[in-house]
Design a binder for this molecule. Structure first.
Ligand SMILES: Cc1cc2nc3c(=O)[nH]c(=O)nc-3n(C[C@H](O)[C@H](O)[C@H](O)COP(=O)(O)O)c2cc1C
Length: 190
């Protein structure tokens, strides 16, 4: 079986360690998972319900919605900002969680990772786990990818000075692959 995973960084910083975690996923993913790295969320306008209809979606929103719809899995790596999600990631989530009944952020296998400050992004991982589960997705959060001061060890190009981080990323990618196979072969309840 072959799957597509959209990998998203919640940081716009050029030297972002979370972009590094995205690049690590691209480099280390198993052959069954094709990783597409998304760079379009920074082009999204601020979410506005007035624009959130199929007649009025701006081009960047259509592109983002299509990317999410086509993906079997999402790989989200993000910092924590002020105890919450970064604005660019929260905005991107809002655009795919509505309109009610047409949301495309559902039925996905979603892997969460955080490279943040001293707390390793624990609050943002909890928040995202809750909200993305609520939307009907399967969250893959083991082994934990929560890196305190990860920017000291992970470069934006996906190189890493800590072999333990690379081993954890490989283990997480294997867990995502297993979840994708399980979702593809599970028999729906009647
Ligand atoms: C505006 C701002 C707010 C931040 N707030 C938090 C926070 O609440 N918790 C935390 O652990 N780190 C916080 N940080 C630190 C970042 O999460 C950390 O620098 C992270 O490595 C940035 O990710 P990046 O390397 O992908 O850009 C904050 C940084 C900025 C710029």
């Amino acid at each position: 079986m072959a799957f597509t995973m959209l990998a998203i960084s919640g940081s716009l910083r050029s030297e972002s360690s979370n972009t590094g975690l995205v690049e690590m996923a691209r480099r280390l993913a198993p052959e069954t998972v094709t990783v597409k790295v998304d760079v379009s969320i920074s082009a999204l306008p601020f979410y506005n319900p007035d624009l959130d209809t199929s007649e009025t979606w701006p081009d960047a929103v259509r592109l983002w919605r299509d990317e999410v719809q086509r993906a079997d899995a999402l790989w989200i790596a993000t910092p924590e900002y002020s105890g919450g999600p970064t604005a660019v990631l929260k905005n991107a989530i809002d655009w795919v969680s509505r309109p009610m009944g047409q949301q495309v952020l559902t039925g996905k296998v979603i892997s969460l990772a955080a490279s943040a400050g001293g707390g390793g992004g624990a609050r943002i991982l909890d928040y995202l786990t809750g909200v993305l589960s609520f939307f009907g997705n399967t969250l893959v959060i083991e082994p934990s990818l929560s890196f305190a001061l990860g920017a000291q060890r992970i470069s934006a190009d996906g190189t890493c000075t800590d072999p333990e981080i690379e081993a954890l990323v490989i283990a997480r990618l294997a867990a995502v692959d297993a979840a994708l196979h399980s979702a593809a072969t599970s028999v729906p309840h009647s």
